[in-house]
Design a protein around this ligand. Structure first.
Ligand code: SAM
Length: 317
C-alpha cells in the first residue's frame, strides 16, 4: 500500500544520483489529478484508508507524547507535498520540519502550509514550520536545520523508508536522520510495505510479478532477496512507478538500536484496522473519510468535500 496523496510537481529537482534521482524526478513530475478526478479513481478508497490509518497513528502518538510535554516538535521525513500537514494542525503541534528529496514537492508543501496559516482563525496558534530539500539517505538533516540543536518529539516517515533500503549506508543515514535528534522518550513512527507479504506473494507464483488491474509489483529477481538493494518496481494505476526496496524488518529493528531506539509496536495494516475500528471515534472518522468501499455508512451520497483532502478543511469550518 502506498501514499495517500500523489505529488503534483512539474519541474526537475537538483541533481541527484542513482535511484534517488529517479525517485525525485518521479515525484517532481507527477501531475495533480485533483479531488474530483481522484474520487473517481479505483484507488480512491485505498488512499482514504491509508490516510485514515495515518491520522489515527499520528493522533495516538501525539496524545502519548503530550502526556509528558506540552509543546511538540515533529520531523516529517519524506513529507511529499504535505499530505499530513492538516494532521499536524489537528494534533496541535508547535513546530514542524518537513524534508523531502523532491524539491518541487517541498515547495508545494510550503505553499500549502502558508495557505493554511493565512486561512486559519486569527486566534488559532498554527505551528511554525521549516522546509528542507534533501536526499535524506545521503545528507544529514542536522547540517540543514536552521537550529542544528533542534530536538523532536516525533519523527514521522510515511510511505518513505523503503526507498532507503538500497544500500546499508543509505538505510543507516535515513535512520540517523530520523532518530538522532529525537528527545529521550521520542517516537519514530512510519508506514512501509510489508516485505514478508511481498515475498510470499511473488514466491507463490510462477512469475516474478504479481498484482491486478490496479497495481503490480515486479521483482527484478526471484528467489534471492538480499538484505539491501532488493529492488522491486511498484506500479499503481500509473501513479507510482519507481524502484522500491524490501525492508527486512528484523534487520531494521536491529539497526535502530544503534540510535537507542526500541521497538514499541509493529503491525500490519489489517491488524491496525481491526484494533482501532472498535473505537467509535476512529470508526466515525473512517466513515467521514470514506475509507472503506463497503463500510456500512449513510454517507454514500456525500459530496466530494467530505473526501480525504477536504476532511481536515471541513473540520475547521
Ligand atoms: N509522506 C508523504 C505522505 O504520506 O503523503 C509522501 C509519501 S510518497 C509515497 C514518498 C515520498 O518519499 C515522496 O515525496 C518522495 O519524494 C520521498 N522520498 C523518497 N526518497 C527520499 C529520500 N531519499 N529522501 C527524502 N525523501 C524521499
Amino acid at each position: 500500500t502506498h501514499e495517500d496523496e500523489e505529488e503534483d510537481d512539474s519541474s526537475p529537482t537538483k541533481k541527484q544520483h542513482g535511484h534517488g534521482e529517479k525517485v525525485a524526478t518521479h515525484y517532481n513530475t507527477l501531475q495533480e489529478t485533483g479531488l474530483a478526478a481522484r474520487s473517481q479513481s479505483r484507488i480512491f478508497y485505498m488512499r482514504n484508508f491509508n490516510n485514515w490509518l495515518k491520522s489515527v497513528l499520528i493522533g495516538e502518538i501525539l496524545d502519548t507524547v503530550r502526556q509528558s510535554r506540552r509543546e511538540l516538535s515533529v520531523l516529517d521525513l519524506g513529507c511529499g507535498k504535505g499530505g499530513d500537514l492538516l494532521k499536524w494542525r489537528k494534533g496541535h503541534i508547535s513546530r514542524l520540519v518537513c524534508a523531502d528529496i523532491a524539491a518541487v514537492s517541498v515547495e508545494q508543501c510550503q505553499v500549502r502550509y502558508e495557505y493554511m496559516r493565512k486561512r486559519g482563525h486569527p486566534n488559532e496558534r498554527i505551528f511554525s514550520a521549516e522546509f528542507i530539500t534533501a536526499d535524506c539517505t545521503k545528507e544529514l538533516l542536522t547540517d540543514k536545520l536552521k537550529d542544528p540543536k533542534m530536538e523532536f518529539d516525533v519523527t514521522s516517515c510515511q510511505f518513505v523508508y523503503h526507498y532507503s533500503f538500497e544500500t546499508q549506508q543509505q538505510a543507516d543515514l535515513m535512520l540517523k536522520n530520523a532518530c538522532e535528534r529525537l528527545r529521550p522518550g521520542g517516537y519514530f513512527i512510519g508506514t512501509t510495505p510489508d516485505a514478508y507479504e511481498l515475498v510470499k506473494r511473488v514466491e507463490t507464483l510462477d512469475s516474478n510479478s504479481f498484482g491486478n488491474e490496479v497495481f503490480s509489483v515486479t521483482f527484478q529477481k526471484k528467489g534471492d532477496y538480499p538484505l539491501f538493494g532488493c529492488q522491486y518496481d511498484f506500479n499503481l494505476e500509473g501513479v507510482v512507478n519507481v524502484p522500491e526496496f524490501l525492508v527486512y524488518f528484523p534487520l531494521f529493528e536491529e539497526m535502530a538500536k544503534k540510535y537507542n531506539m526500541r521497538l514499541v509496536f509493529k503491525k500490519t495494516f489489517s491488524q491496525f484496522f481491526e484494533e482501532h475500528i472498535k473505537n467509535d471515534q476512529h470508526k466515525m472518522l473512517m466513515q467521514r473519510m470514506q475509507a472503506l468501499e463497503s463500510f456500512p455508512t449513510d454517507n454514500k451520497n456525500k459530496s466530494s468535500s467530505d473526501n480525504l483532502d477536504d476532511y481536515d478543511h471541513a473540520k475547521e469550518k
